[in-house]
Design a protein around this ligand. Structure first.
Ligand SMILES: Cc1cc2nc3c(=O)[nH]c(=O)nc-3n(C[C@H](O)[C@H](O)[C@H](O)COP(=O)(O)OP(=O)(O)OC[C@H]3O[C@@H](n4cnc5c(N)ncnc54)[C@H](O)[C@@H]3O)c2cc1C
Length: 379
């Protein structure tokens, strides 16, 4: 019996397990293979919905689904926290038990590390967690006048375009509520532009200017002063705010650090084409957990899950594992005013931008409802 263990029930882990179950139907039925998914929560959170939750456009219940509903019935589900991988013994230890594996897939995502910026926890808000998004929703609803700063406090972070989207959505929200004239919006970014990809940055700057959204670049916060409501930067600047919407620094998984599989921040080094963890033929990583220079996005986790599941299934069937990941990523970008665009890119191909339009915006809204079919491996 070949045992596949997947850790993490987010986009990457759920899809890898579901695709594997589809490809190994006979082997699972005949007891020649097993798939176990270990994850710490019994529900999956649809993170892109948090962007809509803060403007009351999606509700908490719409953002969760039971793992049991999402997973193929042939997969054994364990709601446990994985603590450590013993790569020599090929065994993973959890809060409840130990599991031997022949193939291990790590899909533990990334975690927020607001504690890296002193004062941020006390003075800042963020929408990258459910609790944070709900608190921020209440703050936005009662914000009458003053200065909102949207500040990206470290790269890499999940969904690189989400801070741009929230900035346009803030503009829309206050315009709709007749308060835009009394609300100043400032967006800050760590590098010498408003976004990593120049094609996207050009369009965003144009839209920011047209909407009187201010921006500052080369802006790297090192501290937040909660008493005086100021951000202090590495560059020696001080910026005051009435409401701070931060994208906190991100780190990789503690499991990777505890198991000597990740770098000091927990990002797991993998082969950029096979997603095999460096130095381990039987361990793969997918999604936000890896150190690849691709977006930390659900679409990336999805495309990577296709490659990893195909190669593991091929090996179990005694076939050569020939699938390769070429850096494919796809992101919608909400630009406000019911307009959106999207970008496709990979390791070799830079993104080509489509003019923002209503059709793409409504496609994203529809996708927010259809995502659960994707997670189940149906769409
Ligand atoms: C506000 C926001 C908007 C976004 N918008 C988009 C978008 O429009 N498009 C897009 O493509 N992406 C978007 N993303 C990014 C996307 O949500 C993530 O990139 C994606 O969820 C990554 O999938 P993953 O499987 O790698 O990790 P995750 O989905 O984070 O899943 C990791 C899972 O592992 C579990 N886990 C972690 N450690 C352990 C452990 N030790 N033991 C057991 N379980 C563990 C976690 O609880 C979690 O369930 C957005 C993210 C945010 C926050």
């Amino acid at each position: 019996m070949t045992r596949v263990v997947v850790v993490g029930g987010g986009v990457g882990g759920t899809l890898t397990a579901n695709y594997l179950a589809g490809k190994l139907r006979e082997e699972l039925r005949d007891g020649k293979a097993s798939i176990t998914l270990i994850t710490e929560r019994d529900k999956q959170l649809y993170e892109p919905g948090l962007l809509y939750l803060i403007f009351n456009r999606m509700e908490r219940d719409e953002l969760f689904k039971d793992m049991e509903y999402l997973l193929d019935p042939a997969i054994e589900l364990r709601i446990e926290r994985a603590l450590k991988v013993d790569t020599d013994a090929k065994r993973i230890e959890t809060t409840e038990a130990e599991y031997d594996y022949d193939y291990l897939v790590i899909a533990t995502g990334s975690r927020l590390a607001p504690e890296e910026i002193p004062g941020l926890k006390e003075a800042g808000h963020w929408f990258y967690s459910l609790e944070g998004a709900e608190r921020l929703r209440d703050e936005i609803a009662k914000f009458e006048e003053g200065k909102i700063v949207v500040s990206i406090m470290g790269i890499p972070h999940k969904c690189p375009v989400a801070p741009i989207e929230v900035t346009f959505m803030l503009h829309d929200f206050f315009k709709l509520h007749g308060r835009r004239e009394s609300v100043e919006i400032l967006y800050t970014y760590p590098i010498n532009n408003v976004f990593l990809m120049p094609e996207v940055a050009d369009l965003v700057r144009q839209y920011f200017d047209e909407r009187n959204i201010k921006y500052k670049t080369f802006f790297n916060p090192i501290e937040v002063d909660p008493e005086n409501k100021k951000i202090i930067t590495l560059e020696g600047e001080e910026e005051d705010f009435d409401l701070l919407i931060a994208i906190p620094p991100h780190k990789g998984s503690e499991l990777a650090i505890n198991s000597n599989l990740g770098d000091k921040n927990g990002w797991i080094p993998v082969d950029r084409h096979t997603l095999r963890v460096e130095g381990h033929d039987d361990i793969y990583a997918v999604g936000d957990a890896t150190n690849l220079p691709v977006s930390k996005a659900g679409s990336v986790a999805h495309f990577e899950a296709e490659v990893v599941s195909e190669n593991i299934a091929a090996e179990i069937k005694g076939l050569p594992p020939t699938a390769r990941y070429f850096g494919k990523a796809m992101c919608f970008i909400e630009m406000g005013s019911e307009l959106a665009t999207y970008i496709w890119f990979d390791y070799e191909t830079p993104p080509k931008l489509v003019k923002p339009n209503k059709f793409i915006h409504w496609s994203k809204i529809a996708y927010n409802r259809m995502y659960w079919l994707t997670a189940r491996g149906i769409l």
